[in-house]
Write a protein of this length. Sequence first.
Length: 223
Amino acid sequence: MHHAPLDSPPRPAARHTFLGAAAALGLCSVLLLVLVAVEWRPLMSADGDVSRTTHRWAVADPDVTQACRILTDWVWDPVTMRLLGAAVAVWLVRRHGDWWTAGWLVVTAAVGTALQQGLKAAVGRARPVWPDPVDSAHYAAYPSGHALTATVVLGLLLWLLHRRGVGRVLWRASLAVAALSVAGVGLTRIWLGVHWPSDVLGGWLLGAALVALAIAVQLRWRP
């Protein structure tokens, strides 16, 4: 797989592709948000069925549950993701003097945080409640901050690796780790019973839409 170097000129076709992806993902996000806000019965039923099943599994298998808690609270926690993004931003400035890309990375991550916090406050969706909880979480449920933050930070870092034209082995390894992390953090939140499945889906969709929009912005303003 050939990756374009950092200083290659932006291609209008690629920029339009990412803008289209951002629009499509944003539309899906809005649709899901509306369904959650109006408590659409089929969605609520599906959320409840999946959550009750995974909660039974979580209670019955404490070892897997403990592993999920470690992964979600330390490895894939939003604070860990933001620190990773900040570390890359500092490296871009200190090693390459690339203030623009560092700022782009930090601002996009900050917008993601503000977006999910604003939606949590606006929607005010209650988290699942269990008589025998295996974990706890605070604030409103929709969208999942863990899922959104991992999607945004890891999606942006993958794009930066692509732009720098890294080798095939490193690219495939990074893609696998990012995909596993984004999928894994969402699944752990459902397994631990602190999010409904649609909360996680909402986080993934919003995060992906923001990444696509940020890439389109970079292709426009940072050749």
